[in-house]
Design a protein around this ligand. Structure first.
Ligand code: TEU
Length: 555
C-alpha cells in the first residue's frame, strides 16, 4: 500500500496553461488564478513542469539556473505566492527536477567550456579528434549523442538536445550540488518532486559502440542508479514526500526497486511501455493502429507485477510529451465523450496514483495543424527533417508529425469559447486548437454529463472507496481483444471494470449477476445508460463503453 494511494495529481504545463499578462506565454500568476478550478476538480497535488531560467530550447527542460525563475513565467514572489495559495486550497505543489542534464548555458558548463577542469568533470567530456566520435549512440531527439568542442579537443555527451549536456553523477560534487537544489525548494514549501528521466543518470564505466541498438541499453537503469537515488533521498529527507521518477525504457524489476517503500527511493514511477502500442517496430515515427491486446498484456504485467512486489505505479495516459489520448485511442468525433470517459475510467480505477494532464479532463484533442511551421517542438522539427531525408514526402512526414508531435499536448488550455480559448489576451506562443469553441472548461463546468464532471467524480470516488485506493487488482480474460477488464478487491468489497476500446458492440464473457452487482459508473450518460444483455444473459458493451460494477455487500 502506498501513502499516495488515494491521491490524484494534476500536471500543469505552465507555458500553455494560463497567461496572466498578455505576452502569449502562460505564467505562474496564471496558475494561481486557476486554483479555484483545480480545487473544484478535487486534485491533491499540482506538478508543474520546469519554469526555471532557461534558453527554452527544450521548453525549460534545458535548465540554466535551478534557483531562479525564468522571467517569462514570473518571479520568485509569484512562485512563493503560488505555493502558499495552493496550500490554502488544500493542494501541494510538486516541482520538476531535471537532474540528468543541464543546459549548456548553465554556469557549470560555461566554466567547463572555458577550460576549468573541475567543471569539465561535472559532465562527460571525452578527449578525441573531430573525426572520431566516442560512440555511435543516438540522441533521443535524433542525430548523434555527442558534440565536439574544437577548442577543448573534447566531445561531450548529450542524450537529448545538444544544448542539454549530461551531468556526471559519478562525481560526488555534482550529487552535492543537486541536493542543495532540493533543500532550497523544500525550504520554500514545495511538497514533492518529479524527477526527469532519472533512470538515465548512471552511465557506464567505459563508453562503447552499440552494435544492436541506439546505446540506451548501456545507460538505462544504469549500474549505480539505485545507489544514487537512495543517497539523494536520504540526504535531503525526501522519504515522506511525494516523489515520482520518469523512467525511460525501463523494466518492471527496476521499477519495483525504485518504488517499493522499503528501498527508500521514490514514491512511484512513470513508465511508457503502454504508450508505444501504436509504434510500428517500436519506432515512434512509424505509425500503426494501436494494438489493444498488447495494451492489455502490458497493463496486466505492470499492474499485477508491481502489486506482487509492493511497487507503486503512477498511472496515466497524457503528459506534455504525448499526443492527446482521445485522439489516439478514442474517437475525436462520434464517440468523443464516451471514449474520453472510457479512457479515464480505465486509468482511474487502477491500482496506482492517477495523473491528469491539463486539458485531458475536458477531452482536448490533438493540435490538428496543417503545416509544419505551426509546430514548435525541437523533436518534431528534427524528425520532420530526418523523415524527409529518409525519402518520405512532405505530406507523409507532416501526417506522422500530426499524430506523434509532443506539441499535440502543448496547445493552450481551452478555458472558454472566446478569443484564444480564454488562455491569453495576446498572441499565444503556439496555436490554439481550432475546436476550442466546442471543447472548453466553461461549457463543461456543472454539466453533469460532461467529461469534466466525470473526472471530478472519478477523483472523488478514489477518496470515498478504499477498494479503489487500496484494493488488489486482477486482470480478467475477455474473448474480445478490444476489451480491458479487471477486478479490484478489498475484503468484502469488489469492483469489476470493463472498457471497450473499439467502435463496435462487444459481448462480454464475464458473468455479472444482476442481483449481486450494481452499476457504479458508465461512460454513456445516465439517460442512455441501459444495461444490454444478449440472449444468454451476457453483457453487451456499446462502442467505447466502459462500465464499473460494484458488488453489493450485504451485512
Ligand atoms: O522526457 C523524456 C523522454 O524520453 C521523452 O521526451 C522522449 O524523448 C520523447 O517522448 C521521445 O519521443 C523528459 C521530458 O518529459 C521532456 O519534455 C524532455 O524533453 C526530456 O525529458 C529531456 O529533458
Amino acid at each position: 500500500m502506498s501513502g499516495f494511494s488515494n491521491k490524484v495529481i494534476y500536471q500543469i504545463y505552465p507555458k500553455s496553461f494560463m497567461d496572466s499578462d498578455g505576452d502569449g506565454f502562460g505564467d505562474l500568476k496564471g496558475v494561481t488564478k486557476k486554483l479555484d478550478y483545480l480545487a473544484y476538480l478535487g486534485v491533491d497535488y499540482l506538478w508543474l513542469t520546469p519554469f526555471f531560467v532557461s534558453p527554452q530550447r527544450d521548453n525549460g527542460y534545458d535548465v540554466e539556473d535551478y534557483y531562479n525563475i525564468d522571467p517569462r513565467f514570473g518571479t520568485m514572489e509569484d512562485v512563493e505566492n503560488l505555493i502558499a495559495e495552493a496550500k490554502k486550497h488544500g493542494m501541494g505543489v510538486m516541482f520538476d527536477m531535471v537532474f540528468n542534464h543541464t543546459s549548456t548555458a548553465h554556469e557549470w558548463f560555461q566554466k567547463a567550456l572555458q577550460g576549468d577542469k573541475e567543471y569539465q568533470d561535472f559532465y562527460y567530456f571525452v578527449d578525441g579528434t573531430e573525426d572520431k566520435i566516442p560512440t555511435n549512440w543516438i540522441s533521443k531527439f535524433g542525430g548523434p549523442a555527442w558534440k565536439y568542442v574544437p577548442d577543448l579537443k573534447k566531445w561531450y555527451l548529450h542524450l537529448f538536445d545538444e544544448t542539454q549536456a549530461d551531468l556526471n553523477w559519478e562525481n560526488e560534487k555534482v550529487r552535492e550540488e543537486l541536493k542543495k537544489v532540493i533543500h532550497f525548494w523544500k525550504d520554500k514549501g514545495v511538497e514533492g518532486f518529479r524527477f526527469d528521466v532519472v533512470n538515465l543518470i548512471s552511465k557506464p564505466e567505459v563508453f562503447e559502440d552499440d552494435m544492436i541498438g541506439d546505446g540506451r541499453r548501456f545507460y538505462t537503469d544504469g549500474r549505480h542508479v539505485h545507489e544514487f537515488l537512495k543517497e539523494l533521498v536520504a540526504d535531503t529527507q525526501m522519504e515522506s514526500m511525494v516523489t515520482v521518477g520518469e523512467m525511460s525504457s525501463t523494466t518492471l524489476e527496476n521499477c519495483i526497486r525504485y518504488s517499493n517503500p522499503e528501498e527508500k527511493e521514490l514514491s512511484m514511477c512513470f513508465n511508457f511501455h503502454h504508450l508505444k502500442i501504436d509504434y510500428k517496430g517500436g519506432d515512434k515515427w512509424e505509425v500503426m493502429d494501436p494494438d489493444i491486446r498488447q495494451l492489455n498484456d502490458l497493463m496486466k504485467h505492470w499492474q499485477e507485477g508491481m502489486q506482487k512486489a509492493n511497487g507503486w505505479n503512477a498511472v496515466f495516459w497524457c503528459n506534455h510529451d504525448q499526443p492527446r489520448i482521445v485522439s489516439r485511442l478514442g474517437d475525436e468525433h462520434k464517440y468523443w465523450k464516451e471514449s474520453a470517459k472510457m479512457l479515464a475510467t480505465s486509468i482511474h480505477m487502477m491500482r496506482g496514483t492517477p495523473y491528469v494532464y491539463q486539458g485531458e479532463e475536458i477531452g482536448m484533442t490533438n493540435a490538428g495543424y496543417s503545416n509544419i511551421e505551426e509546430y514548435k517542438d525541437v523533436e518534431s522539427l528534427n524528425y520532420y527533417e530526418i523523415m524527409l531525408d529518409q525519402g518520405k514526402t512532405k505530406e507523409e512526414a507532416l501526417k506522422i508529425v500530426g499524430l506523434r508531435s509532443r506539441d499535440n499536448g502543448r496547445t493552450p488550455m481551452q478555458w472558454t469559447d472566446g478569443e484564444n480559448a480564454g488562455f491569453s489576451q495576446g498572441t499565444p506562443w503556439i496555436g490554439v486548437n481550432h475546436n476550442s469553441q466546442c471543447i472548453n472548461v466553461e461549457s463543461q463546468l456543472g454539466d453533469k454529463d460532461s467529461i469534466l464532471e466525470y473526472y471530478r467524480r472519478l477523483i472523488a470516488l478514489r477518496k470515498e472507496k478504499a477498494v479503489i485506493a487500496d484494493g488488489s487488482i486482477s486482470f480478467l480474460e475477455e474473448s474480445a481483444a478490444e476489451v480491458m477488464a479487471y477486478t479490484r478487491t478489498l475484503g468484502d468489497e469488489e469492483l469489476v471494470v470493463f472498457a471497450n476500446y473499439s467502435d463496435r458492440e462487444v459481448v462480454l464473457n464475464t458473468n455479472i449477476p444482476e442481483n449481486s452487482y450494481l452499476l457504479l459508473l458508465d461512460s454513456y450518460t445516465d439517460e442512455t445508460s441501459i444495461i444490454n444483455r444478449n440472449q444468454e444473459g451476457c453483457l453487451v458493451l456499446r462502442p467505447y463503453e466502459s462500465q464499473v460494477w460494484e458488488k453489493v455487500v450485504r451485512n
